[in-house]
Write a protein that binds this ligand. Sequence first.
Ligand SMILES: [Zn+2]
Length: 156
Amino acid sequence: MIRYALACDAGHDFESWFRDSAAYDEQRAQGFVACPFCGSAKVEKAIMAPRVARTDRDAPALSAPVPAEPASEATVPAVVSEKDRMLRDLVRRVHAHLKDNADYVGPSFADEARRMHEGEAEMRAIWGEATLEEAKALIEDGIEAMPIPALPDDRN
Ligand SMILES: [Zn+2]
């Protein structure tokens, strides 16, 4: 008996036993050597690969399922990256600068900006809150407004 490693034209590889090499040739010629996966009779002797390259095939088909490790309850400490810290400092400085150099107009920022734009109010630096719609309307009317990120601390 002789064992051949075979491969079909679809790339499946399998093994089959034959009495001898002549028997293999004869059975193959008659189409009796078929791929057990897809039934294709177009099979060739597979190129023999070193055994170590076939560990997937040799791995035990039945293995006890490995219980997943319970998720760790440990909380990951919050890491503030250097970039975050610098951004936070920058925002803090912008806020400080605005407080010193601009009039805080609060939620009426959009109204005040529009009044300044239309000459109804004195032109000056102002800052305050505006809704997204208000900010869009200002920009559409050609009024310069710059969004300033809120301080992270302010959200608390
Ligand atoms: Zn096949």
